[in-house]
Design a protein around this ligand. Structure first.
Ligand code: ADP
Length: 502
């Protein structure tokens, strides 16, 4: 088999770097990792064929340091660079710098990144292709008076959004005209400091929409297809937490319409490689273009499991100039996949990051369970970067089967040393609205108010340990009894997801 490249540098860290290394290995490509001083022991460093230190922990001096990365790629003899997601993945300047250094950038052409990276330019491109957009402005707003006039036209509530925004940041909800001037000031200053560009635009605020996105693939020979949609409505702070493929809302006809709109749009901007066109969908099932991500998405595995296509390998093949080799009618969707993002965060403290040493880890396994992880037992989750530590993805023949499998897999998942989002996923996955497919971007608010299973469980465990220690101290024992007439914890653990018998 001819390999598309001999050597690829992965300009990223964590689970996505591991994901790309795996694809490289299967393709017979040598993988090159880069790392910061905080990541010397990171999984992607241990797994790659070669690994090079970039610099100190802050991303600006390591994973965002374009010159250092390009120099490392050249020195290592890599032919291509995979940017993963986040960091430099949507930085047109980085894509350009790769090309200028004679490296293949595994992603779209810089111009397509530039157009779609500016959300107002992306909206203009969508309008030009008659792809419906969320009502709003397609140019940054000028004076306060102009903003007030437009907001009145589209009707409150409205969202102020940073033109160059991303990652759920730089958005402000404005419910009435009285709040507009203040919100504009804040939004502009936030956008300026977070994205280096204070341009903001206005969008109609859709009440309780669903977030549904379409995966596209385009080769450099003029073939553009879509791989269907992903439902990503379960979010915290406008960032996704649970995703599934397909969406419980979307039928074949709607998939076709959304897919065609997405392909039309990306083809019009000369897009090549994998990308995602995001839509908001209202209660009437009307979809509106939201934005485009010109890279691999975190949630790509759900599409992989349902379509059987390896998106990272497709990215690499496309970047090497290969033809896709199949068309839209060859894409088939089989069964249902769900992904739960496992963050090192405390869901019961407003999803506060919980970095630290992972002193215990048991990952789920078994039929149709995939754990895309960036950690291992003993590693330290650094404070410097995004707190995603792994993604748990399951496949089932239908949605109910996938839900049951996810509940089973989540119950097997144990992470000790850092707090994680696992307990909240356990709530989400059995929630009657989730089971019924009644989703919206406000779903999590309803779930988070209710119970705190992890805290309760932890208190019970601490109480049990304390009682046991006190018992041993009272009995004057210094060692644990060797045998017990009680049934083994292993027996019980298999029954209720490894929790101890009550
Ligand atoms: P980012 O690029 O920062 O991720 P997006 O434009 O993709 O921002 O929006 C992220 C999320 O914010 C959406 O999935 C949705 O939950 C919410 N959102 C964005 N725009 C609107 C809107 N006009 N009305 C309601 N919710 C919105």
């Amino acid at each position: 088999m001819k390999t598309p490249f001999r050597k690829i540098l992965i300009a990223n860290r964590g689970e996505i770097a591991v994901r790309v290394i795996r694809a490289c290995r299967e393709l017979g490509i040598t993988s090159v990792a880069v790392f910061s001083e905080a990541d010397r022991e990171a999984l992607h460093v241990l797994m790659a064929d070669e690994a090079y230190l970039l610099g100190p922990p802050p991303a600006a001096e390591s994973y965002l340091a374009i010159e250092k990365i390009i120099r490392t790629a050249k020195a290592s003899g890599a032919e291509a660079v995979h940017p993963g997601y986040g960091f430099l993945a949507e930085n047109a300047g980085f894509a350009e710098a790769c090309l200028q250094a004679g490296l293949v950038f595994i992603g779209p052409p810089p111009q397509a990144i530039r157009t779609m990276g500016d959300k107002t330019a992306a909206r203009r491109a969508a309008l030009a292709m008659k792809v419906p957009t969320v009502p709003g402005t397609s140019e940054p707003v000028g004076s306060d008076a102009e903003a007030a006039r437009v907001a009145r036209e589209i009707g409150y509530p409205v969202m102020l959004k940073a033109a160059m925004g991303g990652g759920g940041k730089g958005m402000r909800l404005v419910r009435a005209e009285g709040e507009l001037a203040g919100a504009l000031r804040m939004a502009r200053s936030e956008a300026g400091s977070a994205f280096g560009d204070s341009a903001v635009y206005l969008e109609k605020y859709l009440e309780e929409p669903r977030h549904i996105e379409v995966q596209v693939l385009a080769d450099s020979h003029g073939t553009t297809i879509h791989l269907g949609e992903r439902e990503c409505s379960i979010q915290r702070r406008h960032q996704k937490l649970v995703e599934e493929c397909p969406s419980p809302l979307v039928d074949d006809a709607m998939r076709k319409r959304m897919g065609e709109a997405a392909c039309r749009l990306v083809a019009s901007v000369g897009y090549v490689n994998a990308g995602t066109v995001e839509f908001l969908v209202d209660r009437q099932k009307i979809f509106y273009f939201l934005e485009m991500n010109t890279r691999l998405q975190v949630e790509h595995p759900v599409t992989e499991l349902v379509t059987g296509r390896d998106l990272v390998k497709e990215q690499i093949r496309i970047a090497a100039g290969e033809k896709l080799g199949y068309g839209q009618s060859d894409v088939k969707w089989t069964g249902w996949a769900i992904e739960c993002r496992i963050y090192a965060e405390d869901p019961y403290r407003n999803f506060m990051p919980s970095p630290g040493a992972v002193i215990g880890l048991r990952t789920p396994a078994g039929p149709w369970v995939r754990d895309d992880s960036g950690i291992y037992e003993g590693v330290t989750v650094p404070i410097y970067y995004d707190s995603l530590i792994s993604k748990l993805i399951v496949w089932g023949p239908d949605r109910a089967g996938a839900i049951a499998r996810m509940a089973r897999a989540l119950a097997e998942y144990k992470v000790v040393g850092v707090r994680t989002t696992i307990p909240v996923h356990q709530h989400i996955i059995v929630h009657p609205d989730f089971v019924a497919g009644r989703l919206s971007t406000h779903f999590l608010d309803a779930v988070m108010g209710v119970e705190r299973p992890e805290a309760e469980g932890r208190h019970r465990t601490v109480a049990l340990i304390a009682a046991a220690l006190a018992g041993y101290a009272r009995a004057g024992k210094t060692t644990l009894p060797l045998a017990s007439s009680r049934p083994s914890a292993w027996k019980f653990s298999a029954r209720s997801g490894w929790s101890r018998p009550r």
